[in-house]
Every structure is written in C-alpha cells, then in structure tokens.
Ligand binder design. Structure first.
Ligand code: ZN
Length: 481
C-alpha cells in the first residue's frame, strides 16, 4: 500500500524541528494502553491463528489470492455463517475476492469494511526469518503481510466470528470485503475495481471503512495519534515533449530537442501551485497544532483558519510533507531522448509526476504547466485518465465512534482526519459516490515501517489491541436503531 510510506513523510516533519519529539512527550500516552484493551483469550487465539494461516499463504501478484480467500471462507462456514453470506467472487482462477455478510435488521444501508488479501513479493535473501510463516520474537509478529495488511484480514475475520458467536445482531448489515490485487497498482486486476464493475449492487453501502489506510502512529515508543483518512490526492503523470529535426551529431544546428526540453523544465524549478485547504486538511492542521510548540504550533493553527495566513503557509511549505498537504505538486522523475549518442534527438521527453489536490482540474493543471514552460514547441500531455475523487465528509458519526473508542483504549491520543498525499483503493470508491474512512486500530512505529520490505513486523500487543478496537468499532457503528 502506498500509504505505508507515511513513515518517511512524518519523519520529514519531525526533522523539520528536531526538538519537537522530546516536547511532545507529555502530550501523548506511553505505549501501555488501558487494561481492557485486549480481547478475551479465545479471540486472541483465533486472531493469531488466522494471522498465521494467512501469512503462510504467499498471496503475491503471481500466485494470487484464491487460496487465501478459500481458507477464510472455510473458517466462516465452519463458524456457522450461512453459505449465502459467504461469497467467493473470482476474477480469474487465481484472483479471488471474498465478501462476508453479517445480517442485521432495519432499513439502514450496510457498512462495508475493506481489506486486501494480496501481499508484495519478497526477496527471501533479505529476510532473517521465513517470510511466509508467522514468527513471534521479542514482542513482534514477523512475516510478509503482518503490517500490510493481513493483520486486518485476521482482525476482521476474527471479529466477524466473534460477533456471530455472541449472537450480535447489528442494526444494519456488516459487510467485509477481502479483495485481490490492491498492491499491483493496475486497474485491470484490482479487486475493488472488479467489485465496482461487476458487483456494484454489493457496494450499495452507507460507509466504507478502509482498513488499508489510517493506522495508529507510534513515535519514540509513544502512541501519538490515530488518523482517519478522509481524502487522498489524485495521481496524474504528464509527458513533456520537445521535438527536433534529428540528424547526425557531427553537424548540430540550433534546434536541439534535449536543450529545448531542459530549458523548459528549468522554468518549472521554482514553480508552485497555489496552496488550497479543504475541510480535512484544515481540521488536520488544527489537531496537529495541539501537538507542537512555538512557531510551528502557530503556523499549523494559522493554516487551519480560513483564510489562512500566507506567511504561515510559506513557512509550512518548506517542509515536503506539509507542502504536499497544502497544494498540488509535480515532480520531474524521468528523462528520455536520442537512442544513440551520435544521433541528434528527434524527440526528448520528461515525465512530470503530479499529485493533485482533490477538486483540482487536470486540464487546468496542464495549462498551468504549459504557461510556465512558455514554449509552444513543447507539448504537455496526460499519460492516463486520473481517478478523480472528492474528499469524504467529516461524518460526525464516524469520528464520534473512533474518538470514543480511542478515549477508552488510549486516553489522550488524538483522532485526526488526514488527506493522504498518495492514493489508495479509497479513491475508486469515493469516485463511485461512497464515503470512505481509512481507519485501522493497529499502532506501529512510523520510523520502523517495514511494509513491502524485509522482516516486516508488527507489535504483538498492538495487534491484539487492534482486534479489540475493530470489534468495538463494528459494534458502535451498528448498534441501536
Ligand atoms: Zn495495503
């Protein structure tokens, strides 16, 4: 999941003011949570068993999710869920999704909990433990997918079984989707895309809780904050192209595509799109201000107001993470030109990788780039259709539920809305008109983020707490009525 790179970005934020971390200490709780934060022993055992079973299945892009989905389905049936409520949806023989329904009463639309079954492939030589096996060592669970995101597969599965065993009847259906191919990054095989295209009726829900976003943040051994992702930036790349006549490099003329392109790109060096806040980022900066001292606190607070103070915005923009939260960004990432060192280029191209604020118009972004490049002989073209998605509303029902549970389990850890500066499956669902909230109760050290990497791991205690958190969230969102 792209969002797992948040560790790096938040670290950038920390290094912006090295003294911040020490000063934060009194504002957040130590890693010890409240006594009631762990589920009963038999649920801990169940969650761990499912986690071990799932980690042992190498559900990579090549091998697919069929086995992972089938094993889960067998568990639900063995636990007594009705066959009609446990639905395997195959895209191909290897790419299989699983939808499980816990039936509720009442007319309200279901709530959908979302996670994915696939994992990024491994290089076993880089691992000190077996990647496709669950190893418990020194307070950690190791194994591919422990953090991204088989922890949530096990969490959601164990809680469906727990709620079923307890005879809990929700006031609306609880749906859980375990999907294929989130990691591959291609629309063709993505499980959520498949569900939207082929089984749209299943997604007629009030809210989507995307467990593949959000996640509790530990820094310096302390729980710092619990983000709820309500928006994300839009991925869009442009090709910037200059053309030339070509010919032999022994007889160059003034018309050189490489130099023309380079001059155009150089004009982008100090170009910035205007800062623009939305309800998510305003609330985000406002909550973050509470955790910082001095000038940074004042600037974060100023950014949360409307209109925002331009000088505060300017100071915040020197930090790459805040800058990316404030505005659309474009980064030059690739270059290509002549195929031979002794041939003048017929064509020189650069790739500009942009991340648009939700609501920004791709055509206007392109026009702004062209105007800045200011050369009619350089063309700027989008390389593919972006998945445009508006932020989800800051629904008080969702935030109240998450805040109440956080207050029970981790007193003083603030819940705050975030706009991810990368993209997740949430974008497609938001585009389809569904409100999506990235919520995960698993806390992890954002400076020790091994998602997609070697020796991927999670804290054992944090895992069990995340299972208890999700149990309470499922119940709170579907109780009463
Ligand atoms: Zn993921």
């Amino acid at each position: 999941m792209a969002w797992k790179r948040q560790g790096m970005l938040w670290r950038d934020m920390g290094s912006h003011l090295p003294t911040v971390l020490a000063l934060l200490a009194p504002l957040a709780t130590a890693v010890n949570a409240t006594d009631t934060s762990s589920p009963p022993a038999e649920i801990r055992h169940l969650a761990r068993t499912i986690l071990a079973e799932q980690v042992a299945i190498p559900s990579t892009f090549d091998l697919g999710t069929a086995e992972a989905a089938r094993r889960l389905a067998e568990r639900f049936l063995a636990a007594g869920l009705a066959a009609e409520d446990v639905t395997l949806l195959a895209q191909t023989e290897e790419k299989v999704n699983l939808i499980v329904r816990l039936r509720g009463r009442g007319p309200a639309k279901p709530v959908l909990f979302l996670t994915h079954l696939d994992v990024v492939d491994v290089d076993p030589d880089e691992w000190t433990v077996e990647p496709f096996a669950l190893t418990e060592r020194d307070g950690y669970f190791y194994g591919r997918g422990t953090l991204d995101i088989k922890c949530e597969v096990a969490d959601l599965a164990a809680n469906l079984i727990r709620l079923h065993r307890e005879g809990f009847t929700p006031n609306r259906d609880i749906l859980v989707a375990f999907t294929a191919d989130e990691e591959a990054g291609s629309a063709e095989t993505n499980g959520v895309r498949f569900l939207l295209d082929q089984h749209r009726e299943l997604l007629d829900v009030a809210w989507v809780i995307n467990t593949d976003a959000g996640g509790g943040q530990i820094e310096q051994g302390r729980r710092m904050r619990l983000p709820v992702q309500t928006a994300e930036k839009v991925y869009l790349s442009f090709e910037v192209e200059a053309r030339g006549a070509g010919g032999h490099s022994s007889m160059p003329d003034d018309d050189n595509a490489v130099l023309r392109l380079a001059a155009g790109l150089a004009r982008l060096a100090d170009f910035r799109f205007p800062a623009r806040l939305n309800p998510t980022t305003r609330a985000f900066f406002g909550r973050l201000a509470e955790q910082h001292p001095g000038q940074l606190r004042d600037d974060l607070l100023a950014a949360s107001l409307s209109p925002a103070d331009p000088e505060a915005i300017e100071r915040l923009s020197s930090n790459p993470f805040y800058n990316a939260t404030l505005r659309t960004t474009c980064a030059a990432t690739m270059l290509a030109a002549s195929r031979a060192e002794n041939a003048l280029p017929v064509q020189a191209t650069a790739t500009l990788q942009c991340r648009l604020l939700p609501g920004d118009d791709p055509a206007e972004v392109r026009t702004a780039l062209e105007e800045r490049i200011a050369d009619p002989l350089i063309r700027v073209t989008a390389t593919r259709e972006p998945v445009l998605s508006e932020p989800s509303p800051l629904d008080p029902e969702i935030f109240k539920a998450v805040e109440a549970i956080a207050a029970e389990m981790w007193p003083q850890v603030p819940v705050l809305p975030v706009m991810d500066v990368w993209s997740t499956d949430g974008a497609q669902l938001r585009r389809a008109g569904l409100p999506v909230y990235g919520v995960m109760g698993l806390f992890f050290d954002i400076h020790d983020n091994r998602s997609h990497g070697a020796d991927e791991r999670i804290l054992v205690d944090a895992f069990y707490e995340s299972v208890e958190f999700m149990y309470r969230l499922m119940k709170r969102l579907t109780a009463g009525g």
